[in-house]
Structures are given as C-alpha cells and as structure tokens.
Design a protein around this ligand. Structure first.
Ligand code: NAD
Length: 363
C-alpha cells in the first residue's frame, strides 16, 4: 500500500523518539511491501521559534493531505510563560479541531515483563488491557456559557457541562466498535446520580448498547470507577466516558503500568478521517538531548496508526510483538530499568525493536 504519513517531531525528546519510530516504520514498509511517504513538519515550540505560530499553514496543509499524522510531543520551559500570546498547546488543540478528532483512545496495557514496574502489586496488574475512549471536543471543557465575573460575593468562575445526543452516540459507538474486536465488554462511566448531563449520557449509551446485544455492557459512577481501577483493573476492556472524567481516569489508569514512556494514544474523528497518533507523555525537557528517552510509546502509537488509519492489523501486531519480545529479553531504557539493571539509550532501544521486528516470521 501507498500511505502518506505526516511526522510532527515537535519539542524536547520529540525529535529523538520520532526518529527511531520512523526507522521502525521504514523497516515495516520494507518487510511487508508498503510504501510510506513521510513528510516531516514544524509543530509546537520549534514552530513558534521559526514561524511565529505553533501550527504553521504548511504543517496543517501537510496533515490534511495525509493518511495519518504521527506526533512526538510539544512544549517546554522556553514557551511556558503564562503571559505568552502563542503557546505550543494551541497548535495541538488547533490540529485536533482541524482533524475533527473527537475521540481520544488511550490503551493501558501492562506488558508481563513490566508488571513489577506498577505501583500496584504484580498479581493485580498482570493481564491489564484497557482501552480508554474519552470524548475530546465537548463537555465541560468547551460548554457554554463559561466565564468569570465580579459579583456581590467577589470573584466567580463558571463552566457548563453539556452533551447532546449526537456527541454521546458517536463516541459510544466507537467504544462498541472497538469492543467487537477485543474482549467484547464496554463500561460507560458517568455521574448520573447527580448530573443531568450524565443522565442523558446514560440514556443514549443504553440505546447504543441495545443495538449490540453481543457486547457485555455495564455503567459505573465515576467515583466508584476511580476505586475499581485500582482494585480490579484487569476486569475492564473498553471504558467510555466524557471529557472531564476521561481526562482524570485515563491518567489514573496510565499509572497502573508505572511507566509513562510505554503509553500510546490516538485522536480520531468520524470513520475515514485523518487520525492523530502520539505518546501520552510530554516533551520531557529534563532529559531532552541526552539520548536516553524511551521511544516505545511512540512506536506503539505508530502501531495504533497502522491498525486504525491504514488497516494494517498484521503490521501493527508485529510492532507490538517486537516491543514485547524486546522487553522479555530484558532490555530497558532508563525510565524502566530497576536498580542494578543496565539501561540502554533511545537509539539502542530503537535498534532492538527494529531487529525484533525483522525477526518476526511472516506467513
Ligand atoms: P512529561 O511527560 O514531559 O515528563 C514527566 C516525567 O516523565 C519527566 O521526568 C520525564 O523525563 C519523564 N518522561 C516522559 N516521557 C518519557 C520518555 N519517553 N522516556 C523517559 N522518560 C520520560 O511531563 P511534564 O514534565 O509535565 O511536561 C513537559 C512539557 O511537555 C510541558 O511543556 C508540557 O506542557 C508538555 N506536554 C506535552 C504533551 C503533548 O505534547 N501532548 C503532553 C503532556 C505534556
């Protein structure tokens, strides 16, 4: 297949981890007879420095003319001044909006070899494989009215949590679609005992569930879910929820793995739209340029990209198997290594995964 992939390395460790992932994708292309055309573009802080804006027109045009977009990370102390008019994160929000990306997919998978890295006991986390589906463009982060005023009681701030049927239905449908290809279970998280918005969410989610009798369906209140994620994380398959709850719960769930450098994500719109793939971690300015960043979250994001945007399931699984094999062989970057274990650098880790992928038998 021919595919156009826009690469947005961004800031901090972004260029280091994206470079390794690009090499891996080149090996995927050669091994499975594809032609990936990469187009690397400025994005984030570096784009502000060079063009004055975090999402230059050329970058946006390249993204809109590609089959998928793979990003490293943006931001860093240089651009963190709260008084600055332009900020790297504005580029990310602008890009998500331009791509119509309303669904944030965040898989939380514990690799057996890393079960000891979790702050939870290994027997609790072994086998954890959750797909978080968070609504990304609605809810209290965007609902109006919102603002601040100076009233009789001093300063006051307000936001509005609202969701309409269309917004709920399309995100819940994504969750059910994903569950079909996984363990066939969907958990919808809300706060229907208190919030009217959640009661509408629950009604619509139930209607979608009724259309999928083959999928096990449950609803859990958000406060209870915060506990269940710690107590019985291996019980969940696909978890769908709104913007605010998803933001908090997916960060909580990511810590189950104990390793930020392992977690990929995708931001998707309606079927057929251009997906944006990125590791969940930031630009890690504290280790940028040292050659020690973990490239695995970006490589696993590339696997999500192959599966979701390019329909290349075998190739995606090959990347995941290669990562797993490398971890089983004991190779660790500094963020994963325990006391006494030798750590490898970004390039070495990249080379190990590439080699492991080359060694996977094709049928
Ligand atoms: P961070 O995720 O960049 O780093 C947190 C800690 O995890 C650091 O100690 C870092 O060294 C470590 N870490 C992160 N990724 C790693 C990797 N791949 N390998 C090894 N160690 C890794 O979070 P932060 O320090 O809060 O944010 C730094 C900058 O990144 C900020 O400017 C923030 O706004 C930005 N940020 C960007 C994104 C994004 O691009 N989507 C997401 C989060 C934060």
């Amino acid at each position: 297949m021919e595919a156009k992939i826009t690469l947005l390395p961004g800031d901090g460790i972004g260029p280091e981890i994206v470079a390794e992932t690009r090499k891996l994708l080149e090996v995927v292309a050669a091994k499975y007879n594809h032609n990936f055309n990469f187009n690397e573009q400025l994005f984030g802080g570096i784009a502000i420095d060079e063009t004055g804006t975090p999402l230059p027109d050329d970058t946006l045009a390249a993204c809109l003319h590609s089959d998928a977009v793979l990003m490293g990370a943006v931001g860093g102390p240089k651009w963190d001044d709260p008084r600055a008019k332009v900020r790297p994160e504005q580029g990310l929000l602008g890009l998500r909006k331009a791509l119509g990306a309303f669904a944030n997919l965040r898989p939380v998978k514990v690799f057996d070899a890393l079960a000891d890295a979790s702050p939870l006991r290994p027997e609790k986390v072994r086998g954890v494989d959750i797909m978080f589906v968070r609504e990304l463009t609605g809810g209290i982060y965007f609902g109006t009215p919102q603002g601040r005023l100076d009233g009789d009681n001093g300063r006051e701030g307000f936001n509005t949590m609202r969701y309409n049927e269309m917004e709920i239905r399309r995100i819940v449908e994504i969750a059910f679609d994903l569950a079909t290809k996984r363990k066939k279970k969907v958990t919808s998280v809300d706060k229907a005992n208190v919030l009217v918005t959640s009661r509408v969410w629950r009604e619509v989610a139930q209607e979608v569930a009724d259309e999928h009798p083959d999928i096990e369906y449950e609803v859990i209140l958000v406060d209870a879910m915060a506990m269940h994620l710690i107590n019985r994380p291996a019980d969940f398959d696909v978890v769908v929820t709104g913007n605010l709850f998803g933001d908090i719960l997916s960060d909580e769930a990511s810590m189950i793995t104990g390793s930020l450098g392992m977690l990929p994500s995708a931001a998707l719109g309606v079927p057929g739209s251009i997906g944006l793939y990125e590791p969940i971690h930031g630009s890690a300015p504290d280790i940028a340029g040292k050659g020690i960043a973990n490239p695995l979250a970006t490589m696993l994001s590339a696997a999500m990209m192959l599966r979701s945007s390019l329909n290349l399931d075998t190739e995606a699984a090959a990347i995941e198997t290669a990562v797993s094999n490398v971890l089983n062989a004991g190779h660790r970057t500094a963020d994963l290594a325990r006391v006494g274990e030798t750590a490898v650098g970004t390039k070495e880790m990249g080379a190990f995964v590439t080699m492991a992928l080359e060694n996977i038998q094709t049928v």
